[in-house]
Design a protein around this ligand. Sequence first.
Ligand code: ADP
Length: 554
Amino acid sequence: MSEPSGLSGLMQGHGLLISSLLRHAARHHADTEIVSRRADGGLDRRSWAGIEARARRLAAAFRALGVAEGERIATLAWNDWRHLEVYYAAPGMGAVCHTVNPRLHPSDIAYILNDAADKVLCIDPGFLPLLGAIAAELPTSLTDIVLLDDTLPATLPALPAHLRLHAHEALIDAAAGDFVWPVLDERAASALCYTSGTTGRPKGVLYSHRSTVLHAFGINMADAMGFRAVDRVMPVVPMFHVNAWGIPYAAAMAGAALILPGRQLDGASLHALMNAEQVSMSAGVPTVWLNLLAHLRSTGGRLDTVQRIMTGGTACTSLLIDAFADEYGVRMEHAWGMSEISPVGTYHALKPAQSALPEAERRRHLLKQGRVLALLDMKIVDGEGRELPWDGVQFGDLKLRGPWVTAAYFGQAPGSALDADGWFATGDVATIDADGFMEITDRSKDVIKSGGEWISSIALENIAQSHPDVAEAAVIAARHPKWDERPLLLVVPRPGRTPTEAGLLDAFTGKVPKWWLPDAVLIVGELPHTATGKLQKTALRARYADHLLALKTD
Ligand code: ADP
């Protein structure tokens, strides 16, 4: 950034650095807990002060391994304290923390490690077989592997001979304790995350210290996650999924406790941990909450301390909002974002006008993805790029801009991900209402183009999903001889229920225009999901796109 052309302000010029967040937590919330579920089921207890001291040692160790500023340190790990230490050690010393999603196909993981040209890989022992499977495809840039454990196991997969192996604890024990967090340029790269590839080959989004700290401030506003020092926050969203939505940073900033669930993400494990550790707030994708709900309902369990749950990644359903509010007194908070937006772009919090709505309408409103966070801006545009009105009805391509929105993908020219006016096209289609609440109606490639008009697949899915016999629903564009595309509904029934086509189609009556009604309904055993839990519509389209042609509908 250049000097201002007018009069310079006379305030201190401290950069926005990730290490400052951790230093703040360690100094002002020293004893606040970081509790992690270990692989053996037991709990590990640390504090912000303890994590900071260990992260500094780890940073010193990385430096001793020869990691230079800007080099990438990859992780293949669940949410626990060791992963958190890498999260802070890597950017804190000027390197880049590159979280890799272990649920991706091994060939994608190998591609991502090579594209990022990682230098070090920190890996949970549970992923060693995966490491063995891609051993021949590891990048030549890789010099060191750090096993996130006390010691190295007796047997390891066959790995290239030049790789050095270390146990995380041995590295920390051997490192100097006097490492001081360096003063870095706030625009330096801090973390790297690849998009999950639902839209093609994974692409790297490279965050900076500045974007990360501003995002942490943004999500810490009261109308967003708004953490407080009394909070005990459990990110179920994995730390390899867009930095656990920024929670590890925002929690340090607020001095909140972190409860990290490790690899046990089933309903029973989450329920037990939430109550045992007095979790006040949690965050994750809808599938996680559906599993938790099923567990609570089948066991009669209660949520003793949870006040609110943030949901995002895919659309939240009224079933979730209603069940958690009415049966457990928990507020579901709906947010929207993507890797390219760090990830949080919008968060649903009521304005006075929506608070005053009749209960049913207010509940319906909560399904919207919310208002844009301060410092960001959004707009919707038509096919020609003209901005559309905020009437809550017209939908168009959603664009965003702001200090935590990506400008270019890793390895590509600066600004290459933006349009001529500096806006980032999200690939989502949305409405915005007069009060600025955005609602996703589709991803641009999923919207159903029927005779030149657009039908929202998500709107149809929401209606199908509210049917009492439906566990999960998907609507895809199926080819049609007359209308180009028509909606095809796929439904997974709830256990023990046998919904009929007529009964399911009845659910749409009066809720959408008649021409939006699905042309056919298929009952299926399950629906495919991506590595981040989203419906995999590409797979569904590949399988069912010609279904209506086969039916010879007119
Ligand atoms: P990818 O783009 O590779 O699938 P992301 O995790 O970045 O990976 O996903 C971002 C996308 O997820 C958004 O563009 C949007 O389509 C979808 N999404 C995120 N949150 C929501 C939400 N609350 N409601 C509907 N869709 C959502």
